[in-house]
Write a protein that binds this ligand. Structure first.
Ligand code: AKG
Ligand code: FE2
Length: 380
């Protein structure tokens, strides 16, 4: 078993396995970190210095504190149910937000605040469970249907990140329902209801995006086949030196659309025109962002956007991100109707499952997985 000397250290478990202690010269089993950052911080309450494993080599310009406050477009989705002009104006607003930002907020989305709050509470209860309960779902295999984990993955080849996560599939056909956490006891019911509502919301937005792309409004929905829905519930506890690390490094999401909410603590940043913008919380709204699947499907007309999560010293941040993409066996490629005469596909076709595996396993973040499939005539 690999051991590493670290200073200052996370706590080592004492002989009776109970209250761990903190010393500056501990030799700690690297598996310690697999237990998560919540466990680490809960067991070293007076931690003042970030363990070096979490210190990221961030260039000055990428420093979390340098982000400027930004405001992404807010789109009132009730317009999609209104008279034709209002519907067209809403589709136009979504289409512009997709082309210019890749990120927008939606208000009047039809999901009750009580449903959002209940989901956040269930997630919080999960992360507050004793470690053994969470470790029942611990997995390093990015394709496992249910995973509790920490950082991106805990491969020692790269620096750790200050987050714990629970990921699992949802979807119109939640094949893995019986594998979802059964503790807290309400989790499965609440997550199922939440994920069903969010799926419907994503389909509504996919319809508007199809309209904006000039293809039939069911085009993207049909392209999903049975579809894949993946929830990532992220838990970012207070961090002793938040400016030296990240909760989640810069990445784009692999799916078509991600629908995200958080517990009101700011932390999401997006890269817009090469500048990091922090995206302030607006109660009752969702953040929606385009992922790589839509960049590919639109043949680059819309771009998936890099984003990251920063952490803070005072408050725990929880976010619930739900990605919506095609079924795992779908071939991901630009939409036929968008490939006009003389316009070539900018991306090599790839099976969605292989795309996810590559993207989730890479230690290079950003949009490196997408760059891998750009055809040579379009690569820079
Ligand atoms: O915590 C956040 O705001 C971002 C989460 C995220 O980007 C993800 O889970 O893919
Ligand atoms: Fe993301």
């Amino acid at each position: 078993m690999a051991l590493t000397a670290i200073s200052p250290s996370p706590p080592s478990t004492n002989n009776n396995g109970n209250s761990p202690s903190v010393t500056s010269s501990d030799v700690v089993d690297v598996d310690y970190y697999r237990k998560g950052v919540k466990y680490l911080i809960d067991n070293s309450k007076d931690m003042k210095i970030l363990p070096p494993e979490f210190v990221l080599p961030l260039p000055e310009a990428e420093s979390p504190s340098l982000a400027i406050c930004g405001s992404i477009p807010v789109i009132d989705l009730s317009g999609l149910n209104g008279p034709v002009e209002q519907r067209l104006a809403t589709i136009h607003a979504i289409s512009s937000a997709c082309a210019e930002w890749g990120f927008f907020r939606v208000s009047n989305h039809g999901i009750k605040i009580s449903v959002m709050d209940e989901m956040l509470k269930a997630v919080e209860e999960f992360f507050n469970l004793p470690l053994e309960e969470k470790m029942r779902y611990a997995s390093e295999d990015v394709m496992d249907p249910v995973r509790y984990g920490t950082s991106l993955n805990t491969s020692r080849k790269h620096t750790l990140h200050w987050r714990d996560f629970l990921r699992h599939y949802g979807g119109p056909v939640p094949h893995s329902y019986d594998l979802w956490p059964d503790n807290p006891p309400c989790y499965r019911r609440i997550a199922k209801d939440y994920l069903e509502e969010v799926w419907q919301l994503a389909i509504k937005i996919f319809g508007a995006i199809s309209g904006g792309l000039g293809v039939d409004t069911k085009y993207i929905e049909r392209s999903l086949g049975e579809g894949t829905q993946i929830i990532a519930a992220n838990f970012y506890p207070p961090c002793p030196e938040p400016n030296k690390t990240l909760g989640l490094a810069a990445h784009s999401d692999h799916g078509g659309l991600t629908v995200l909410m958080d517990n009101g603590i700011n932390g999401l940043q997006i890269k817009h025109n090469q500048t990091w913008l922090s995206v302030p919380h607006i109660p009752g709204t969702f953040v929606v962002n385009l992922g790589d699947y839509l960049e590919i499907l639109s043949n680059g007309r819309y771009k998936s956007v890099e984003h990251r999560a920063v952490v803070n010293a005072e408050r725990t941040r929880i976010s619930v991100a739900v990605g919506h993409g095609p079924e795992m066996t779908a071939i991901v490629q630009p939409a036929g109707p968008l490939l006009k005469e003389n316009s070539e596909s900018k991306y090599r076709p790839i099976i969605y499952k292989e795309y996810i595996r590559g993207q989730q396993s890479t230690t290079k973040r950003g949009k490196s997985a997408l760059h891998e499939i750009v055809t040579s005539s379009h690569s820079k």
